[in-house]
Design a protein. Structure first.
Length: 560
């Protein structure tokens, strides 16, 4: 006991000596300040949302921003970045006037159609000729005519009002059953049609958050996910206040580190996730092993097949081997798959699926005490476009299994051809082993963004990657047109050969900002830059500046 008493007595004596002769207000001030500091310190050290290292870095960078010279330099850089983004948007749209108020009299139909065409013609990338990575997954006259007719007949419908539009609800049910069957769901499989992959992912995460809270009492939910999983999971984490434990991927295979994933599982884990394939590299995680982890720890596993789901389900029949990654694995409890990608349905359309109907109620949102009546909806949206559901259904019926199998053959064959040829180009390397349609490549000799920039000058638009720097090309049905793959490869070979002559030269243009952003340790600054990029999407030029440009160039517009 003396071991305890002696230090306590010494501490008490020290405190009494420190406060002797002090005014009461001084004692109160010191005591209050000490309590507040200790409270802050405890929160800083034991806060659950971030690691101590991350909190330390965030606090350090926040303090650094208060230094006048740093603050001045930062504000100057922010202004420069914002102006660059706004100038880029100005260059794209300067040939047209901007509507700022409603016209006094309504425009005639032909005027409106002309304005639509003017706006759609602003972009300079020729996606119809296959010069764009991803984005547009299918296009044909017959298909377009069908979709237009179905949309025309259904654009006023709303499945929220099931009593008024029961046929639309029936159509949605049929979509879910068709897609669940493709992913080898049983008669207990269920789900919903959503507006896109992000909403499908959000719905699955909400489901597992609420399910695990109800069945396990988890109040501080965590997700354990590969670093390469889609950013929609991070969006869901921000919306639903869920902590994410990101697991690194193998630097050679770009598959998630399974041992690190298992170590990250805790009593608060509500779900595990994996991609088939992931967006950055087109590689797939070992879903079978993740499924086994889910079974071992009794944690739901979600498979994100948003990007390639409508290829993977047909690859076996198309003659390509792929590991099982669907409901045949006992640990897989939910799947997200975008019909508006390789399902060739119009934007935006996706499906979220569950292995068992017992999970579905946790996806719903129900309000029982609203004066407007009892209210419930299955997804984020209340009212939904019945036309989006009907056109999705029409596209599925239009292609049928044979149509999708043939399309899968064409797309995978084109992707494998491009991949094999890229591997032969000196100065380039492929990230891992692509499993479907996405081919990611980089360079250890020159800055890969230089290649992307020069390809852009020749009309090609690729997706930029970071950590490490890279680009990827997502092959769609548009790229299976004769000559597209060879034109792309010819341009890549020619540009790469030129870059190899002066590999040390830095990147120029907008992608130079993208490359530099990777080196900024304070990621909150990068976040602010992205805010400016989004702001630029809503940029409206000065009215006088726009009119002066149009008049000086003799450009006539419906609104000018």
């Amino acid at each position: 006991m003396d071991i305890v008493k002696v230090p306590l007595n010494q501490a008490r004596s020290g405190i009494n000596h420190f406060f002797s002769g002090k005014e009461p207000w001084q004692i109160v001030t010191v005591t209050t300040s000490s309590v507040l500091f200790l409270s802050w310190f405890y929160s800083f050290v034991f806060h659950d949302d971030e690691s101590l290292l991350d909190r330390g870095k965030r606090t350090f960078f926040a303090l650094m921003k208060h230094i006048p010279s740093i603050r001045k330099e930062l504000e100057s850089t922010k202004k420069e970045v914002l102006e660059a983004f706004e100038n880029e948007q100005w260059e794209r749209t300067k040939s047209l006037s901007y509507l700022r108020v409603l016209p006094k009299q309504g425009l005639k139909n032909e005027q409106i159609i002309r304005l639509v065409e003017e706006n759609l013609n602003l972009g300079h990338y020729n996606w119809k000729e296959g010069h764009v990575s991803g984005v547009v997954y299918y296009c044909s006259t017959e298909w377009q005519q069908l979709i237009t007719k179905v949309y025309e007949k259904t654009f006023l419908t709303n499945p929220l009002h099931s009593d008024i539009f029961p046929g639309v609800c029936k159509i949605e049910t049929e979509i879910i059953q068709i897609v669940a069957n493709l992913f080898h769901g049983t008669e207990d499989a269920c789900g919903s049609v959503t507006s896109g992959g992000t909403e499908s992912i959000l719905m699955a995460i909400k489901t597992w958050r609420d399910y695990m809270r109800k069945t396990r009492g988890i109040k501080k939910p965590e997700m354990v996910l590969p670093r390469t999983i889609h950013s929609a999971f991070d969006k869901a984490a921000q919306y639903f206040c869920i902590k994410v434990k990101y697991i690194p991927v193998d630097p050679n295979t770009f598959k998630v580190d399974l041992k690190a994933m298992e170590r990250a599982i805790s009593k608060n884990t509500i779900m595990l996730g994996g991609s088939v394939p992931n967006f950055p590299y087109g590689t797939m995680d070992d879903i079978k092993a993740i499924s086994e982890l889910g079974l071992k720890y009794d944690i739901p596993v979600h498979v994100d097949s948003c990007l390639g789901g409508f290829l993977t389900v047909f690859m076996d029949q198309a003659g390509y081997d792929l590991p099982v990654s669907d409901f045949r694995l006992p640990g897989v409890c939910s799947i997200s798959a975008d019909t508006h990608k390789y399902g060739f349905t119009p934007k935006g359309s996706s499906v979220v699926l569950y292995k068992d109907k017992k999970y579905r109620h946790y996806q719903y949102t129900v309000t029982t005490d609203w004066p407007g009546g009892v209210y419930g909806s299955p997804t984020v949206s209340g009212s939904r476009s019945g036309a989006n559901i009907a056109t999705c259904w029409a596209a599925l019926l239009h292609f049928g299994s044979e149509g999708y199998i043939q399309a899968t053959k064409d797309i995978i064959q084109t992707a494998r051809y491009i991949e094999s040829e890229l591997r032969k180009i000196d100065g380039l390397y492929i990230f891992g082993e692509p499993v479907t349609s996405v081919i990611a490549f980089g360079s250890k000799v020159f800055e890969i963004y230089r290649l992307a920039t020069d390809l852009g000058k020749r009309g090609w638009n690729l997706n930029a990657l970071q950590f490490p720097s890279g680009v990827h090309f997502a092959i769609t049905h548009v790229h299976t047109q004769p000559g597209v793959a060879d034109r792309f490869l010819k341009d890549v070979k020619a540009i790469t050969a030129k870059l190899m002559e002066k590999p040390e030269k830095p990147t120029e243009g907008v992608l130079a900002y993208y490359g530099a952003a990777q080196t900024i340790p304070d990621r909150s600054i990068v976040g602010e830059f992205i805010n400016y990029y989004i702001d630029a999407m809503y940029y409206i030029p000065d009215e006088k500046k726009q009119k002066t440009f149009l008049d000086s160039n003799g450009i006539n517009s419906e609104l000018n």
